[in-house]
Design a protein around this ligand. Structure first.
Ligand code: SF4
Length: 437
């Protein structure tokens, strides 16, 4: 009888790709959703900021509570990489520990029952991985690590320096996935616009777009995690010119005030960021997403007000809001003028109202439009609706579209259809499918 595996992947979509690599290595196991039935339980943790670390620990403890006596509890990922000594000392509940260097060795780690922390961050090549969550879409990891030095971020400390995959390896992987029926791809990394800069190439993403456009069978693609200082106008224009890559622009800016951007060591200032965002916003059918960090050390009322005003003036489609998290091993940790948590919470409440109204405006702009959407499965709302997203949106983060009607009868999960956006229900669009796309 096949052994049962229960895997929980926490954190970002880059971590999800690493979890998919582990599933590929453990394909001899039967996947199970019920932790109490599993022979092996794996938590791929996130160690980025306070709330994510807490979620990782809580998940470890709850799986330990639920698991059967003779099972094996394995903890992998960023939290273990960042705090390996402490966790191996303190977490007696856990049987095996590994970090971010051995995802492709997880089967050996389990077979030998040995902890493993290879010094080098694992970089996916063309390993067989088990794509989760969709039969149409796959995340493609461009690189590992990061050469930026954002004041609030510990990632370079435990993921290391930027290490790009080769273009050949990427094209081989995407081509193989297209043969399996995947046709929608999100290219991701910590800092995607620095792709190939570690080997001296200034415009690696332009090379990527040129190469991916030549792969037959791809219908749709987008790039996530652009970084302001490595996103050139040439790149933005190349994305706009591409018949395949959507005018989907995900560029976390974190702030807009020049003094704050300097404190955060972001490299680009207000003027340059607004120039980039304007170019993106003016692109046809563009979608502009970003994120803000609120309450970073030194953030004054006036500096926050400037960000708040900017959020009111610029039409972002989606904005992620983060409260500053005081992370040791970052330069912000030793900064004075820490902002009181109550003030940060108050500021987040204020700017969240603006962000919500912008998202609502973006949704309203879709009303009565003919769009292409991808059916993702039963909706989260009601069994009568199918859940979908615009093909140009990224999975899981840009929202759900409720399909409540079809001119062509039954709809198939994983296929793309043309549809009319007929209504808005709360924070979700409602659509009628008209034909196969
Ligand atoms: S770009 Fe900045 S925030 Fe992102 S991983 Fe690198 S250092 Fe961290």
């Amino acid at each position: 009888m096949k052994k049962k595996l229960h895997l929980v992947s926490l954190g970002c979509n880059k971590n999800l790709v690493d979890s998919e690599v582990m599933l590929g290595r453990l394909s001899a196991y039967e996947l199970c959703d019920e932790p109490s039935l599993a022979d092996v339980l794996i938590v791929n943790t996130c160690g980025f900021i306070g709330p994510a670390k807490e979620e990782s620990l809580n998940t470890i403890f709850s799986l330990h509570e639920a698991r059967k006596k003779e099972s094996l509890l394995v903890v992998a990922g960023c939290l273990t990489e960042r705090y390996k000594e402490e966790l191996m000392q303190e977490l007696k509940e856990v049987d095996l520990f590994t970090g971010v260097g051995d995802y492709d060795k997880i089967d050996e780690i389990i077979a030998l029952k040995q902890n493993r922390f290879s010094p080098k961050t694992y970089l996916l090549n063309e390993e067989e991985r088990i794509i989760t969550g969709s039969t149409a879409h796959a995340y493609i990891k461009l690189s590992e690590g990061c050469n930026q030095a954002c004041s609030f971020c510990a990632i370079p400390g435990f993921k290391g320096k930027l290490l790009s995959r080769t273009l050949e390896s990427l094209i081989k992987e995407v081509t193989a996935l297209v043969k399996k029926g995947y046709y929608d791809f999100s290219f991701i990394s910590q800092d995607s616009s620095s792709f190939l800069r570690d080997i001296g190439e200034k415009e690696g993403l332009i090379q990527l777009i040129d190469a991916v456009e030549n792969i037959e069978g791809i219908k749709s693609a987008r790039i996530l995690y652009l970084y302001p200082t490595t996103t050139s106008n040439a790149l933005i224009e190349r994305i706009i010119a591409s018949p395949l890559f959507h005018n989907y622009f995900d560029m976390p800016i974190q702030h807009i005030n020049d003094v704050m951007l300097k404190r955060m060591k972001r490299g680009a200032g207000r003027e340059r960021i607004i120039e980039q965002l304007t170019l993106m916003r003016n692109a046809p059918e563009s979608f502009v997403r970003t994120s803000f960090i609120i309450g970073h050390p030194g953030e004054s009322d006036a500096e926050f007000e400037e960000l708040l005003t900017f959020a009111k003036d610029f039409d972002f489609d989606r904005v992620n809001l983060f409260a500053y998290s005081d992370e040791e091993d970052t330069s912000a940790y030793s900064m004075e003028d820490k902002v009181d948590a109550k003030i940060t919470t108050k500021r987040i409440k204020q700017i969240d109202k603006v962000v919500q109204s912008k998202t609502k405006k973006s949704l309203k702009n879709e009303l009565k439009k003919e769009v292409t959407l991808l059916i993702e499965g039963p909706s989260s709302e009601h069994e009568f609706f199918m859940g979908a997203r615009k093909l140009s949106w990224a999975p899981s983060i840009d929202g759900e579209i409720l399909v409540n009607d079809s001119d062509i009868g039954e709809l198939e999960v994983g296929l793309s259809y043309s549809a009319t956006i007929t209504d808005i229900a709360g924070d979700k669009l409602v659509a009628t499918v008209t034909k196969l796309a």
